[in-house]
Design a protein around this ligand. Structure first.
Ligand SMILES: [Zn+2]
Length: 130
């Protein structure tokens, strides 16, 4: 009888030891889970920070984009002006025959009917007279 009781007691002790170990394992697991949750929330906070920073940067970039767009438009205007200036250079602004100012777009003088040639051709013509 005593042996039997001792066995039961010993079994119970062993059982409780096993349960204690299991509990400890579960507690470790919970700790690990808790750590993971804390880490995740830290990562989430970092992600939130990053998103906030990106939003701020996007807000800062927006006016820059508009400025770039404006500058691009201005460059386009300048390019057109340079082109029309080049166009004007190709043609004389004074009629060689009557000396009156003529529009660079004109190919015939509206005053005397002289054909207006590009400057290069005029130079060639002048050189022939030498
Ligand atoms: Zn003329």
């Amino acid at each position: 009888m005593e042996t039997f009781l001792n066995r039961i007691l010993s079994d119970a002790k062993q059982q409780s030891a096993v349960e204690a170990q299991l509990l400890e394992q579960k507690s470790e697991l919970l700790d690990a889970m808790n750590e993971t949750v804390e880490m995740n929330s830290a990562i989430l906070a970092q992600v939130k920070d990053i998103v906030y920073n990106i939003r701020t940067e996007v807000k800062e970039i927006q006016p820059l984009k508009e400025a770039v767009e404006k500058i691009r438009g201005e460059i386009g205007c300048l390019k057109r002006e340079v082109k029309s200036f080049e166009e004007k250079l190709k043609y004389p602004s004074l009629c060689l025959a009557c000396g009156k100012p003529v529009m660079p777009e004109f190919k015939i003088c509206p005053y005397c009917g002289e054909t207006l040639k590009p400057i290069q051709e005029q130079i060639v013509t002048l050189e022939k007279y030498k």
